[in-house]
Write a protein that binds this ligand. Structure first.
Ligand SMILES: NC(=O)C[C@H](N)C(=O)O
Length: 312
């Protein structure tokens, strides 16, 4: 993306094709033989379920080619964690898939995109990146798709995994891996989207003081199959959550209790059974939505869905 001047860090537009990005970094040629294609060229808030399905299908196809060692996806940072987690659950290969973005426009002073992209290609070309699930490379840090989130609106170190930490680092072209994720992904995942054309509709409803029932009513009326509740604190079952969950239960809509606080595990609660609520583990609401869509594609049973949330 480019903005009006070198000191303008917002109000940018998506202007550059992937070819332009790559030719701006000739150093990449020493790292890998690159074959590139522009699957979409949009801001990341414009990514739809259909696009996710298309992207997963395309990556699975590329990785099944023995000539391909790994894939790099350039993506806007705003919803990068959602795409990364979706791919983490639906890619069927040990080969690296590395997602990368930039917090600053390419026209900015100290633009972070070029080094991020260089490092992402380095990582995708490396055997060290095999078998860790989908990776996110930002600001020299290697993160697991399951754990990392955008945590700052503007700064280059925005992507963090508060509780689980980074998987590794790249410095001066050297890759250091410290740990590997323990949740299921890629080749061990039970989710298969081959030939799938659409995903169940899932909304996120944010809880807050004085919250009403109308958003639940509207969602259920619109025909959603699942609702992720961005609840307060440790996924508290407030009056609005309780009423919303009752309404959802009557409409055969599965509700997941996640938290709006940004980190931490949501504990299972005694009330969950009565309301058939699923606790969202350590997934933030936007990632819980991704898992709930895939889970609902396989089953409508809250207990089975809870077991997915425990393992993925
Ligand atoms: N800097 C960015 O990557 C944000 C951009 N608006 C996006 O598409 O997500």
């Amino acid at each position: 993306a480019t903005a009006g001047s070198a000191t303008t860090l917002n109000d940018y537009t998506v202007t550059q094709s992937i070819d332009t990005l790559l030719t701006a970094i000739p150093e990449l040629n020493a790292v890998a033989r690159l074959r590139c294609s522009q699957v979409f060229n949009v801001e990341s808030h414009a990514i739809t379920n259909k696009m996710l399905l298309k992207l997963a299908g395309r990556i699975n196809k590329e990785l099944s080619d023995p000539a391909v060692d790994g894939v790099v996806i350039t993506h806007g940072t705003d919803t990068l964690e959602e795409t990364a987690y979706f791919l983490n659950l639906t890619i069927k290969s040990h080969k690296p898939v590395v997602m990368v973005g930039a917090m600053r426009p390419s026209s900015a002073l100290s633009a972070d995109g070029p080094l991020n992209l260089f490092n992402a290609v380095l990582l995708a070309a490396s055997k060290k990146a095999h078998g860790h699930g989908v990776l996110v490379l930002m600001n020299d840090q290697i993160s697991a798709a399951r754990y990392t989130s955008k945590t700052h609106s503007t700064q280059p170190d925005s992507f963090r995994s508060h509780d689980q930490g980074y998987l590794g680092q790249i410095h001066n072209g050297k890759i250091h891996i410290f740990q590997t994720p323990t949740t299921r992904h890629t080749t061990q995942s039970e989710f298969d989207v081959t030939g799938v054309k659409s995903l169940p509709s899932v909304d996120i409803i944010y809880d807050h003081q004085n919250a009403g029932l109308h958003l639940y009513e509207a969602s259920i009326k619109a025909g959603v199959q699942g609702i992720v509740i961005a609840a307060t604190g440790n996924g508290s079952i407030s009056t609005s959550v309780k009423k919303g969950a009752h309404l959802a239960l009557k409409g055969n809509v599965v509700c997941v209790r996640s938290t709006r606080v940004g980190s931490g595990v949501v504990s299972e609660s005694k009330t969950d059974n009565k309301l058939r609520l699923v606790s969202g583990n350590s997934l933030n609401p936007q990632k819980a939505r991704i898992l709930l869509m895939l889970a609902l594609h396989n089953t409508r049973d809250p207990q089975s869905i809870q077991s997915y949330f425990d393992r993925y």
